[in-house]
Design a protein around this ligand. Structure first.
Ligand code: NIG
Ligand code: FE
Length: 389
């Protein structure tokens, strides 16, 4: 049976559809939405809203599309408080810290991993995230990577195989043999549970040739590439991502002009993860430079216990506005429509008719407050697939 619900008296509605309202965000004031089952059926002014079965008064609040967090690492056990403390006392971040989480994750039961995952998902949902991608990468054996993906796949369609997070400590003396495992037996076990394949292309993790071999093997098994690129240093990751038509190059902190040009010309989204720079006290990625060059920018949390232990997209929006040269409108677009582009999805990240009815009602009259009132829990209500959660 079809049920229609109107959300009325929305002070500012962000549709992310320029045909429906003002500017790139398609802003409508004094707005209303009609939801039919799990989809948006209508968007316009409250004065023009059609009759519906049910009505919900937003009482002058803002409504934004649900956040699309296109980059997280949520299948893990333990935390790295001591490492964070040491960093905040002056030590620098190194990829090797990942080994601490690998040991804790391998030792955890399936139930413990799933309980941890659902805890962070619930936390993210309360803060407005209605779609999230998550990865393996803390198992680094065939069995541990496979179970991480199996657990993740029970909670999201956007699952990424990251057996190539670092060279497994078991293969420290023979990285080539680890690449063979990741592109062979481990890939065979993992591919059925995943949509994406990722690699950490960085000094101390995998170089450009290894990354190309890993992503190419994944493509041959029907996985689509995305890549951790240019996070800690300049390197080949971004241009490799564009060359392989990866959906996204993630981090993009250290970019040459050629990297920026490649992103501007290709279809690969630049996903910026300011929680990582915050938590590692690293230099900020330059969103302004990417936007001015014409690249598509997404904003995500990178939620993981090492480099970015936040599940809050609003926090990332505030950082991007304060420190990465984004306007509040650009940051919100990147955290919604940009995330959808980074996952090559057209059904989410906007609120035009036909979109999945994923949205957040803010305790504020405008979406700008997400950056203007940092640290304040402004997400009052979350609706996912037409249901208030
Ligand atoms: O995206 N860069 C690689 N992986 C994660 C960090 C993982 C960790 O430190 O545990 C990231 O920042
Ligand atoms: Fe990451």
């Amino acid at each position: 049976m079809t049920t229609t619900t109107a959300i009325t008296h929305i002070a500012t509605l962000v549709t992310n559809n320029p045909d429906l309202g003002e500017g790139p965000l398609g802003l409508i004031e004094n707005a209303a939405l009609v939801i039919e089952n799990d989809r948006i059926a209508w968007a316009g002014r409250t004065a023009d809203v059609p009759a519906t079965d049910e009505a919900h008064d937003a009482q002058g609040r803002a409504v934004v599309p649900g956040f699309v967090d296109s980059h997280s690492h949520l299948v893990f056990a333990g935390d790295r408080t001591a490492e964070f403390n040491a960093r905040m006392s002056g030590q620098s971040y190194r990829a090797g810290g990942i080994r601490t989480t690998v040991a804790a994750t391998r030792a955890a039961t399936d139930e413990a991993l799933e309980a941890n995952l659902t805890r962070y998902l619930a936390e993210a949902l309360r803060q407005g995230t209605t779609t999230f991608e998550t990865k393996s990468g803390y198992g680094l054996t065939t069995a541990d990577e496979e179970r991480a993906l199996r657990i993740a796949a029970a909670h999201t369609d956007e699952v990424t195989y990251l057996g190539a997070h670092i060279v497994s400590p078991d293969y420290a003396d023979d990285p080539a043999a680890y690449v063979e495992l990741v592109t062979g037996e481990m890939l065979d076990a993992c591919a059925p549970h995943a949509r994406w394949i990722d690699v950490f292309c960085e000094k101390g993790a995998f170089d450009g040739d290894q990354a190309r071999a890993i992503l190419t093997a994944g493509k041959a098994r029907g996985l689509h590439p995305r890549i951790h690129a240019n996070q800690l240093s300049y390197g080949p990751g971004v241009q490799l991502a564009v060359e392989l038509d990866a959906a996204s190059a993630d981090h993009c902190t250290h970019l040459t002009d050629a990297d920026v040009d490649a992103l501007a010309q290709g279809d690969t989204v630049a996903t910026l993860l300011p929680g990582a720079e915050f938590s590692t006290r690293a230099q900020w990625p330059n969103a302004r430079r990417l936007l001015d060059a014409g690249a598509t920018v997404a904003l995500s949390t990178d939620c993981n216990p090492g480099s970015s232990f936040t599940s809050s997209v609003p926090f990332c929006i505030a950082l991007a506005v304060r420190d990465m040269g984004m306007t509040p409108d650009e940051a919100l677009w990147s955290a919604t429509a940009g995330g959808a582009r980074a996952l090559r999805r057209t059904d989410i990240g906007h609120l035009a008719p036909g979109a999945r009815a994923d949205l957040a009602i803010l305790d504020a009259p405008s979406h700008v407050h997400l950056a203007y009132r940092p640290g304040v829990p402004l997400v009052r209500e979350v609706w996912r697939a037409g249901n208030r959660v």
